[in-house]
Ligand binder design. Structure first.
Ligand code: TC6
Length: 674
């Protein structure tokens, strides 16, 4: 046999069934070598008169997880995926796809071209290309609707969510669910059962009736989710084409749509984020096989919104939590909210009916800090006050067992100063969760000057276990995300004084693709956050709003007026306050263009990102992008601020910043951002 690197596909004969096996770690992506091997395998089976049927399966953790994304945008090597799929489809002997792990994208399309499909119960099947700004371009949009109908196909193709083997069997996507541990044997037995059946069933020969109602209902239900993205609409168009065009014409249409998306900036951005997210998990200078500290019980200090949300992450992952509060009432309220959140998720069918009990059963509420003595990781989530945090860490130093990791959920404060209040700064780091902490995917892990390598690596690995996307940040005010938010807020406030309205500034951000603009964000978070609470000291528009009790959505008044359903309308009172400030500071009012708002609120964020990188407070530009995508809802189709700056052109960004008098980061000027 040739070495697995050169030919990752081998064949094995089991009597009259030929088993074609791909072994291309980590995920059996359909790269050039795999495609070549598949071509050879199928040819062998077709040519051999003693073979009546074939089974196609993969070794390792998964069936083909898709086309090899690293090959995208490069010249095609060897046989193309379309040709391999055509060959499988046209095989004169039936081929059974035997699926385990995840049959995704091109992998699912290969399975759809096979004449039969079997899967183990834990398998998942899906077409997630839309999440990469693409569509299933190897026949998936034409074959899947022919197998599962328009409604199910739209959900799988235009939303990109995979289905379980059970669901796949229900909708006809797999013919049989086989034994979890007997995939190959069961697939061979299945192949023998169908070997002589004629005509050989081919998906291309099936028809699917148009279903305009299903298409309309899908658009209605998902319009918001798809806003701004090019790929979902193209996916829908292809599914419709499957109902209207003959198979080969449909394929042609699919290919044209695919090429448009593939050469566009959105897909480049989304593919960038796919790899950025995985890259973020790697810590420069720390070996990936470093021994991790075991984490069996987590302690959380504070049962408020943050502490409760943080605890839920661990409980949901099956990790026991001890949660501490000072007052019984606050403790009961906090745990009550957690239970309610779980029950609401169960009622919506998002988690199993017994999941709330299971999760809450792992929770130990207490009023005694000493109860944290058996915790392997303790996360402090009390309010932002350095003295309070130092006092808590001083106590933890005495209570926590040796080797326990001590983390602060601070969003701004100096982790090194906190660590210095213990005798074990090497065990201390920041774990900055984003609110709501049980929902938001981002976790900034803050590496202090003395944080030990294994402490950092353990926190990163744990983040994956609780399904967070973690990014390593250095100690700097606001870390990566909030530090970049600051110049945006400063400029947004100045723009108000110069003549822009909150509505205009927010609109520019939402049209850009952000879920909300700076003032909508203030209203949601609370205009009173960080306010000095002296109603007579009014130094900014924000102070004036806070002093009048316009604290945001919770008061139905902030930068906007709100009705009971929290729908915002522009506020005449806020316009007055702004006008008053402007005239008192003799600031002339002028027309502000949308472009100026972009240049003065978004470009400074890029500049701050570049400074953070220059100072070594983030490992790489793509980490900064990940922070903004997963922590603040930056539109994924723009790939994060650093990717966006590059696609806009660094020169343009630099010129925009200089025009408005900003001091531009050296690496941004030189175009050498890493
Ligand atoms: C497509 O098929 C289009 C077809 C039309 C053609 C005309 N290619 O996620 P993990 C790497 S589009 C190349 O950490 P998990 C990944 O970068 C594709 N590399 O593992 C990582 O590398 P690293 C449609 C890939 O167990 C390593 O494998 N398919 C690919 O948490 C491990 O990955 C998809 O969109 C790939 N396709 O999750 C599926 N996939 O170790 C994309 C992964 O050097 N993949 N790698 O950092 C996934 O969703 C997940 O990887 C997973 C496994 C669920 C398969």
């Amino acid at each position: 046999m040739t070495s697995p690197v050169q030919n990752p596909v081998r064949t094995e004969r089991h009597g009259d069934v030929l088993v074609i096996i791909s072994d291309s770690p980590p995920v059996n992506a359909l790269g050039a070598a795999v495609r070549g091997g598949l071509e050879a395998g199928v040819k062998e089976g077709v040519a051999d008169a003693s073979i009546t049927a074939m089974v196609l399966r993969c070794d390792g953790r998964t069936f083909f997880a898709g086309a090899d994304i690293t090959e995208f945008g490069k010249p095609m090597q060897g046989i193309g995926l379309h040709e391999v799929i055509d060959m499988i489809d046209a095989s004169s002997k039936p081929i059974v796809a035997a699926i385990h792990g995840t049959a995704l994208g091109g992998g699912c399309e290969v399975a759809l071209a096979c004449q039969y499909r079997v899967a183990v119960p834990s398998a998942k099947v899906g077409l997630p290309e839309v999440k990469l700004g693409l569509l299933p371009g190897a026949g998936g949009t034409q074959r899947l609707p022919r197998v599962v109908g328009v409604k199910a196909a739209l959900e799988m193709i235009a939303l990109g969510d995979p289905v379980s083997a059970k669901k796949a069997a229900e909708i006809g996507l797999v013919d049989k669910v086989v034994g979890e541990d007997s995939l190959e044997a069961d697939a061979i037995a299945f192949a023998r059962e169908i070997a002589d059946k004629r005509p050989i069933p081919r998906v291309r020969d099936r028809e699917v009736a148009p279903d305009p109602e299903a298409v309309e209902a899908f658009r209605q239900a998902n319009g918001r989710k798809m806003r701004g993205f090019d790929a979902p609409a193209a996916c829908v168009a292809c599914v419709v084409a499957a109902t209207e065009k003959p198979f080969d014409e449909g394929l042609q249409f699919e290919r044209e749509q695919f090429m448009k998306l593939m050469t566009g900036t959105q897909s480049a951005a989304q593919r960038h984020i796919f790899f950025a997210e995985r890259q973020a998990a790697k810590i420069d200078g720390i070996a990936s096989d470093i021994t991790l500290r075991p984490i069996n019980r987590v302690g959380v200090i504070g049962a408020g919104t943050m502490g409760g949300g943080i605890s839920m992450n661990f409980l949901s992952a099956g990790i026991a939590v001890t949660i501490v509060e000072m007052q019984k009432e606050a403790l009961d309220r906090g745990t009550g909210v957690m239970r309610k959140n779980y029950e609401a998720s169960a009622a919506k069918g998002r988690i199993k009916p017994d999941a709330p009990e299971q999760a809450m059963g792992l929770l130990k509420p207490t009023l005694n800090l000493e109860d944290l003595a058996d915790c392997d990781l303790i996360i402090e989530a009390v309010y932002e006050n350095m003295e309070v945090k130092k006092e808590i860490f001083g106590k933890l130093d005495k209570i926590a067992k040796p080797g326990a990791i001590l983390a602060s959920n601070t969003s701004y404060l100096d982790i090194d100063e906190i660590a210095a209040s213990t005798s074990r700064p090497e065990d201390v780091l920041g774990m900055h969760f984003f609110s709501p902490a049980n929902v938001m995917k981002l976790l900034e892990i803050v590496r202090g000057a003395k944080t030990a390598d294994d402490v950092l690596a353990t926190a990163m690995a744990l983040a994956k276990k609780i399904r967070k996307v973690a990014v390593v940040a250095g100690v700097t005010h606001g870390f990566i995300g909030n530090r970049m938010l600051m110049p945006r807020q400063v400029e947004a406030n100045k723009l108000l004084m110069e003549g822009a309205t909150p509505e205009q500034i927010d609109r520019v951000h939402t049209e850009f693709g952000m879920p909300m603009g700076p003032f909508q964000m203030s209203d949601l978070a609370g205009v009173d956050i960080g306010w000095h609470r002296d109603p007579n000291r009014i130094e900014s528009i924000r102070d004036a709003l806070a002093a009048e009790g316009r604290w945001g959505q919770k008061k139905q008044a902030g930068y906007y007026d709100y009705d009971e359903k929290r729908n915002p309308t522009p506020s005449p009172r806020v316009a007055e306050i702004i006008e008053d400030f402007r005239s008192r500071s003799n600031m002339p009012k002028r027309e502000i263009t949308d472009q100026e708002i972009v240049e003065r609120t978004l470009y400074p964020m890029v500049n701050e990102g570049a400074l953070i990188l220059e100072e070594g407070k983030a490992q790489r530009g793509s980490d900064v992008d990940v922070v903004w995508i997963y922590g603040y809802g930056w539109p994924v189709y723009r790939g994060g601020p650093m990717f966006w700056a590059q696609s806009e052109g660094y020169d343009k960004v630099v010129a925009g910043l200089e025009k408005h008098g900003f001091k531009v980061a050296d690496t941004l000027k030189a175009g050498t951002i890493k």
